[in-house]
Design a protein around this ligand. Structure first.
Ligand code: T46
Length: 141
C-alpha cells in the first residue's frame, strides 16, 4: 500500500459446502497485535454518513467490511489512498498516525474492527491540522 503504517490482511475463507463459510481472525496471528477490543458499526442508512475523520496515537486496528461495501480513505500526512472494502475476508491494518475516514456505505453495510487498545478518547487526534503537526513531529520534520 502507498500509505505508511497500513497493509492489507486476507483471511482464509473456509467453505462449509451448503452450510456457508467461515473466516477466522486471531490476535498475533492474522491480526498483528493482541486484540483488546472489538466493535462493529451498522445501521448506516444515511447515504451521506461520513465516519472516522481522526487518527490514533497508540491504538492499532484492523477493519473489515463483513457485509456490504464502503470506501475507506487513508492518509499518512503525505500520501492518501482510497480503498473499497467489499469482502468479509479482506481487512485493512491501520497503524498509528493514519488519518482515516469511512464513507459511501451500501445498504446493510457492517464494519467490524479489531483494536489493540481499550477505548480512550485521549488517543484520538480529531483535528486535521493537529494530525499534520503530530506526524511531522513523529517524522522529525
Ligand atoms: C476508528 C473507526 C474505524 C465508545 O464509547 N467506545 C468505543 O470503543 C468506540 C469505538 C466508540 N465509542 C463512542 C465514542 C463516540 O461517542 O461511540 C461514539 C462514536 O465514536 P466515533 O465517532 O469515534 O466513531 P467513528 O466511526 O468515527 O470511529 C470509530 C472508532 O471510534 C475509531 O477508533 O478508528 O471507528
Amino acid at each position: 500500500m502507498n500509505v505508511n503504517n497500513c497493509s492489507t490482511i486476507e483471511l482464509r475463507k473456509i467453505q462449509d459446502g451448503r452450510d456457508g463459510c467461515i473466516s477466522v481472525a486471531e490476535g498475533r496471528k492474522q491480526i498483528p497485535f493482541d486484540i483488546n477490543r472489538v466493535y462493529y458499526i451498522y445501521d448506516l442508512h444515511d447515504k451521506v454518513a461520513l465516519r472516522g475523520k481522526h487518527a490514533h496515537k497508540h491504538n492499532e486496528q484492523v477493519i473489515f467490511c463483513v457485509n456490504g461495501r464502503f470506501t475507506l480513505t487513508l492518509d499518512d500526512g503525505r500520501r492518501q489512498e482510497e480503498i473499497v472494502l467489499d469482502s468479509p475476508e479482506k481487512g485493512i491494518y491501520m497503524g498509528v498516525g493514519v488519518w482515516h475516514t469511512m464513507k459511501d456505505f451500501s445498504d446493510n453495510c457492517i464494519l467490524l474492527v479489531f483494536a489493540s487498545d481499550p477505548y480512550d478518547e485521549q488517543d484520538y487526534i480529531r483535528n486535521y491540522e493537529d494530525f499534520k503537526d503530530y506526524v511531522g513531529r513523529e517524522a522529525g520534520i
